[in-house]
Design a protein around this ligand. Structure first.
Ligand code: DAT
Ligand code: MG
Length: 138
């Protein structure tokens, strides 16, 4: 048990569909504190850095195209076991497997348009928060 910080992105499909407010509200209602929020258009270079772990995967090109296709809402969230709490609230990567009540389970159907990103470990949270909040957090 520990207080952690994690990075969430409401992906371009989520922003386009007007789901940003609903997603922020769910995290705040759960008790996670907002420590940073920024609407931003990701550059190709930033996307490649963010998704570096998937570089060799066949869908890497599509992933970079998609995440740079419109603005994303970057959120820094803080709270008890925030990394796992956010991942659990997001639901499975493939939305058809995501449980109802999760963000993907309630709002998404396609793997390529799965609404939300959340850091999956302490290391990736640190790496990803530095990409989207280079000046640090409040
Ligand atoms: P997550 O976003 O749940 O952390 P991930 O890190 O494994 O999942 O993958 C990053 C994104 O890449 C994911 O949100 C959607 C896409 N993706 C993952 N696996 C894929 C696959 N087999 N085919 C197409 N897109 C995929
Ligand atoms: Mg991931």
């Amino acid at each position: 048990m520990a207080i952690e910080r994690t990075l969430v992105l409401v992906k371009p499909d989520g922003v386009r569909r007007g789901l940003s407010g609903e997603i922020v509200a769910r995290f705040e209602a759960r008790g996670l504190k907002l420590r940073g929020a920024r609407l931003t258009k990701i550059s190709k270079a930033q996307a490649q850095k963010h998704y570096a772990e998937h570089k060799a995967r066949p869908f890497f090109g599509e992933l970079v195209e998609f995440i740079t296709s419109g603005p994303v809402l970057a959120l820094a969230l803080e709270g008890e076991s925030a990394i796992l709490a956010v991942r659990t609230m997001m639901g499975a990567t493939n939305p058809v497997n995501a449980a109802p009540g999760t963000i993907r389970g309630d709002f998404a159907l396609l793997m390529g348009e799965n609404i939300i990103h959340g850091s999956d470990s302490k290391e990736s949270a640190k790496h990803e928060l530095a990409i989207f909040f280079p000046d640090g957090l409040i």
